[in-house]
Design a protein around this ligand. Sequence first.
Ligand SMILES: N[C@@H](CCC(=O)N[C@@H](CS)C(=O)NCC(=O)O)C(=O)O
Length: 266
Amino acid sequence: MAMALALYHNDMSSCAQKVRLVLHEKGLDWESRHLDLRAGEHQQDWYVKLNPRAVVPTLIDGDTVVPESNVINEYLDERFPDPPLKPADAFGRARMRLWTKQLDEGVHDAGIAVLSFAVAFRHQYIAKGESGAAMLESIPDPFKRERRRDVIEKGLDSEHFRMAIERLLHLYRDMDRALADRPWLAGERYSIADAAFTPYVVRLDHLDVMGLLDSTPRVAGWYRRIQARPSFAHAIVRWENTSYLELMKRQGRENWSKIKGIADAL
Ligand SMILES: N[C@@H](CCC(=O)N[C@@H](CS)C(=O)NCC(=O)O)C(=O)O
């Protein structure tokens, strides 16, 4: 029997991790439609019709197609309200959205994606030769395409890398300040904001660069509480891809002193 909910996603993608967290927090059954991003499966014509930016994730709910992870998570919370993953008051919900909107304003594309590509994923593209170059040319957004080209070519020496570290450290400081007043990012209970930001610490963990959180200890404490929730095992750990992880950890460790030097000089 076909399940109503299906998710086009990728095992290691941050944007997919945050939707899987919400699916599991809500105890929903969903069908996995996994796309191999390094084989360009998300750039095929049939998928771009569902998701014009050629990115994962995309949720399918019966005949309904919903792209964009922040939009998907709010959609899931309205469609399946129990347990609620939004604060009960209007200001709390505004606070939650002040967090999530930042992801589409630079934290994702210019922040964590640049960090990940500069340290690790560029090696996957370079190893693919011609097909890696073709994948780069198929990125629909010209700003994202040119930034990625620069980061693949120059790695940690790309100017985008320093800016990514600056933006991410700013984010972790903001999170640290918010967590001084309340247990979860938007208030007294776990919300879509906590799910949305979890991948932005998971990525540091996977790259073995958790030292970037040394001056924001409340973020590290929040991450430990997130890891203790059952959804973390289902949505993150169960999907860990060992070949990605091996590359990420090795490159993160080899580059740590340079990364730390760039962070310290900011
Ligand atoms: N704003 C989008 C961003 C999605 C996105 O950038 N997804 C990444 C993985 S985290 C992707 O599919 N990248 C493929 C590529 O850049 O070619 C969302 O939140 O869904």
